[in-house]
Design a protein around this ligand. Structure first.
Ligand SMILES: C[C@@H](O)[C@H](N)C(=O)O
Ligand SMILES: C[C@@H](O)[C@H](N)C(=O)O
Lengths: 163, 163
């Protein structure tokens, strides 16, 4: 009988960047991710919502290791040159909380519980990228340790901290 | 030696819904997800980007099984009553492609390859929710089968189709 949540991780080494107002045409996402991969930059969480700008453009956000941030400008510069309305925007300092659960697809409401545990501490959720097997959300960096602690507590995993 | 991508799945049973312009305060995400869970509605992909509306509100998008769509209005109605500027908006018909790879965190550029395979067919990527272990994106429903086929081909998994 699988536990609903198997492990919860806190990542304090990520920084969040968005490419704002990119052309919403095939190839855009591929170009951005390829340029960063070619620069040896690993992307952790990639988020693109369904929202569009008035000119039809989109935002694509991702998180990357803080140490890689300085190389990202150089990596993306050739692409951004082709997109006059697009630019890079840094988010505030973040912490990423992710919970992996073998039990999660079958267990309704795991994400709700994680979000509730975090909300009860008055911590705002800044980004969400969740799939059946993994609930991942981003909070302000200063709230990371608290968020990890309360989510652990919520699932009775107090003694199994994983970073 | 782990393959970069272990399995690629196509889900044609999901529909995409956004809750538009919800209050960006602790508890909002928890309330939405709890209400849906209480109505026995499983959420597959939950996406919240960093974007804000002019009034500070946010959008939260999710995908759910088509059969559950009719129950979602009822489930969310008590919450939406408290948020006068918020409303539900349906996306167009979608297909969800997700690739799981044991090799993915160590292998740079897996997302880039998946997005490139899809882009080469002229298929637009509508939403992205990707983490280290799983690349998940959404295309128009009519493009789903083609997207699955080309991603399989790209990773040499032509003979291991999984739905
Ligand atoms: C915005 C970006 O995702 C674009 N739609 C693409 O397919 O690459
Ligand atoms: C918008 C929503 O994610 C809100 N910030 C919350 O914490 O619940």
């Amino acid at each position: 009988d699988e536990p609903e949540v198997r492990g919860i991780a806190l990542d304090l080494e990520q920084t969040q960047v968005s490419v704002i107002n990119v052309p919403d045409i095939p190839g855009t996402a591929a170009k951005i991710c390829k340029a960063l991969a070619d620069a040896r930059i690993s992307l952790d969480t990639i988020v693109q919502s369904e929202r569009k700008h008035d000119n039809g453009g989109r935002n694509i956000s991702f998180t990357l290791n803080k140490n890689d941030r300085k190389n990202a400008d150089q990596a993306l510069e050739p692409i951004l040159k082709d997109w006059p309305n697009a630019f890079l925007k840094d988010g505030n300092a973040i912490a990423r909380i992710s919970a992996v659960g073998a039990g999660m697809p079958e267990t309704l409401g795991t994400a709700a519980k994680i979000f509730r545990a975090i909300a009860n501490e008055g911590i705002n959720i800044e980004m969400i990228a969740t799939s059946e097997i993994r609930t991942s959300c981003i909070v302000a960096e200063k709230d990371g340790e608290t968020a990890l602690k309360v989510v652990h507590k919520f699932f009775g995993l107090d003694n199994k901290l994983s970073h």
